[in-house]
Design a binder for this molecule. Structure first.
Ligand code: SAM
Length: 262
């Protein structure tokens, strides 16, 4: 999966961020106060790092995709958060080096939102213990379910639409799902971290146009539509044929698996 170019543009515009309720829930699980230094690994376009930075001393966002970081930097500027955020091109493979960069035990919390499924979690959690402060936390977060993997008729219609258009079964796509969280729990325990998991159930209204943009933000590059208007119309037709009347509502479960350093 790449998050370059047009996909990053759509990610910044059409991916769910952390509104007040989700942000408060994550902050409660992080226990990071106003003096905390936080690392947001796989920070993407800053969906979590930017709003979180208003409540801590500093957030360092780390991501291997320059186009995602460009959007994150711009989002921080718009939010007046340039002084409270830094952005680093890197990946989970750079975690063992963070203690050398930031200082041993210098970080109060590490967040990984919708990104841990790309990482080598055994190596990651073992490598984090050097940079995490005693009592510090790593929080693996799943912010909702991919729009084409949900239960309502409109989501089942999106699965059918993707299958027909691209000749593939999209139901096996990777995300931070229950199996990934279970693996993370085991790897956290093996790294000596105590674990706790909490879930908040939110709901959100969606529109066919937003769903089309959201799909593009998660696509392999070879699927990118040449004509975005045609794609959005096709998505709207698929969704509306399954659910002709009424608003479209998405269930947004927000799960936080926290690993706590002794
Ligand atoms: C689905 S996005 C999540 C972005 C953001 N955290 C959010 O909550 O919306 C996944 C991000 O993980 C990044 N990523 C992919 N592989 C990674 C790795 N090995 N280490 C760190 N980040 C990675 C991608 O570039 C992308 O920005």
């Amino acid at each position: 999966m790449t998050f370059a170019g047009e996909i990053a543009d759509h990610y910044a515009r059409y991916r769910r961020g952390f509104g007040p309720a989700a942000l408060a829930f994550v902050r409660e699980r992080l226990r990071a106060g106003p003096d905390a230094l936080v690392v947001d690994l796989g920070c993407g376009t800053g969906q979590l790092a930017v709003p979180l930075s208003a409540h801590v001393r500093h957030v360092l966002g780390v991501d291997p995709e320059p186009d995602m970081l460009r959007h994150a930097y711009a989002a921080a500027g718009r939010a007046g958060a340039t002084g409270a955020t830094s952005w680093m091109l890197g990946s989970d493979a750079d975690v063992p080096g963070l203690a050398g960069l930031l200082g041993r035990s210098a970080v109060q919390a590490v967040t990984i939102s919708n990104a841990v499924h790309f990482m080598d979690t055994g190596r990651l959690f073992a490598g984090l213990t050097d940079v995490l402060a005693p009592g510090g936390r790593v929080a693996v977060i799943a912010n909702g379910t991919p729009v084409w993997l949900q239960d309502p008729a409109w989501s089942r219609a999106l699965r059918r639409f993707l299958g027909e258009r691209y000749g593939t079964d999209a139901s096996g796509s990777r995300c931070t799902d229950a199996a990934v969280l279970a693996r993370c729990r085991e790897d956290m325990a093996a790294a000596g971290l105590a674990t706790e998991q909490h879930r908040l159930d939110l709901r959100a209204a969606v529109t066919p146009e937003w769903l089309a943009g959201n799909l593009v933000s998660a696509m392999p590059p070879e699927w990118l539509p040449a004509d975005m208007r045609e794609f959005a119309d096709a998505v709207a037709t698929a969704v509306r044929s399954a659910q002709p009347a009424g608003g479209l509502v998405e269930d947004v479960p927000v799960t936080v698996l926290a690993g706590v350093r002794a």
